[in-house]
Design a protein around this ligand. Structure first.
Ligand code: THG
Length: 368
């Protein structure tokens, strides 16, 4: 593909200067913002991520902030996950659906206080939906996109690196909890979370002017840890079963089809949009669902849905794929009809380079 043209619509991030200096190899566009996809190569980045520690510019995980007395009410209107037990200091993975139960986004909700949330969004213009809902319901809440840019620390040495820059207390942070830590006298929100299963943190950098100072401090402190710039890694995230909105799911899919039924409490999430539709799909269960699929040998990275065929009938599609260095096969994610979704079923997949055979797996390659 030809080079992508820079413009004001394609937003840079507070870390872009650091990303370029580190030798970024390619970008994608996510929430109208640059997101690196590799530095050395997907394979080299993958081995490094699993062994050392990386710093990721994930500023494209934009925040939709809810602020005001109706913030909690709005948040529960937006998601079928029951939020009654959610406390300040917690993060929660929350499917967001429309009135038909179609997936609009799969963000992480961050509860700062009873009247303030951040919705850390995947790649769709969720701000517009949330503003529309807040206004239509006449909720007393402000909805906007603040100047907050997540910077992730990921990999097995994440605790060591984070402790050096933000203090030893960060080691005690639990998964999907956040705390307030100090950087040069400034308060910063840091959560134990991130788009890999190698462990780590996400720093919600507030104020673009703090971007490069925090970036530089991490690289300075991590020299002897072999810290490198990295980014969400296609191979690692497919192995880990981390879904990608716009790739593995769209508005055409319900959370149940995406395997996100466990994050829906449709009975008790009273007042949420899509409740009636989800009550119906939850009752009978989905007729197609996301599955891990293993393919022998190399296939290209999936950049369009690849049909999965059986006897001249389409019975599903592959939506993500990558070579897996550790498992010595190609790993993929697909949406498969119930007639073919049992583990061990062989699938005929039409890639742009020809038909290949895949096998439905009973679980993703990496789980914790
Ligand atoms: N972190 C933050 N914002 C994000 C992402 C992130 N916004 C965009 C995108 N990623 C949203 N999608 C996901 C998908 C998966 C997870 C988080 C965000 C995730 N899932 C774990 C899992 O599936 O095992 C944990 C889910 C749970 O147990 O609650 O972490 O990465 N800030």
């Amino acid at each position: 593909m030809a080079l992508i043209a820079p413009s004001r619509r394609l937003r840079r991030t507070p870390f872009s200067d650091g990303v370029e200096a580190a030798g970024v190899g390619g970008y994608t566009v996510y929430n109208h913002m640059l997101l690196p996809v590799f530095f050395e190569s997907i394979e080299a980045d993958y081995h490094h991520l699993k062994k050392h520690v990386q710093v990721w510019d994930v500023a494209c995980e934009r925040q939709v902030e809810l602020r005001g007395p109706d913030a909690t009410r709005l948040m529960q209107t937006l998601t079928p996950r029951d939020l009654r037990g959610m406390l300040p200091g917690q993060c929660l993975y929350v499917p967001i659906v429309d009135e038909t139960g179609g997936m609009l986004n799969d963000p992480v909700a961050v509860k700062l206080s009873e009247d303030r949330y951040w919705i850390s969004i995947a790649d769709s213009d969720l701000l517009l939906w949330v503003k529309g809902i807040a206004n239509a319901y006449r909720f007393e809440v402000l909805v906007d996109e603040p100047d907050i840019s997540p910077l992730a620390i990921q990999g097995p040495k994440s605790d060591e690196l984070a402790a050096r820059v933000f203090g030893e207390d960060i080691r005690n942070l639990r998964f999907f909890r956040f705390g307030i830590f100090s950087f040069e006298g400034q308060d910063v929100v840091i959560a134990r979370s991130g788009y890999s299963k190698q462990g780590g943190f996400e720093i919600y950098v507030e104020g673009s002017e703090w971007g490069m100072p925090i970036w530089n401090a991490l690289f300075e402190a991590g020299k002897d840890l072999n810290v490198r710039a990295g980014c969400p890694n296609a191979a690692e995230r497919i192995e880990s079963g981390l879904l990608s909105y716009g790739n593995d799911m769209t508005r055409e899919n319900t959370p149940h089809e995406c395997g996100l039924g466990k994050f829906c409490n449709t009975q008790t999430a009273i007042g949420c949009i899509g409740r009636d539709a989800l009550l119906r799909v939850a009752k009978d269960g989905p007729i197609r669902q996301i599955r891990p699929i293993e393919i022998k040998g190399r296939v290209p990275a999936c950049d369009r849905a690849w049909p999965i065929m059986s006897k001249n009938q389409k019975i599903g599609q592959v939506t993500s794929s990558s070579w897996s260095p550790d498992f010595d096969c190609s790993v993929a994610i697909g949406m498969v009809r119930m007639t073919h979704w049992d583990p061990g079923t062989t699938l005929s997949i039409e890639t742009p380079e020809g038909v290949v055979e895949g096998v439905v797996k009973d679980r993703f390659w990496h789980e914790n």
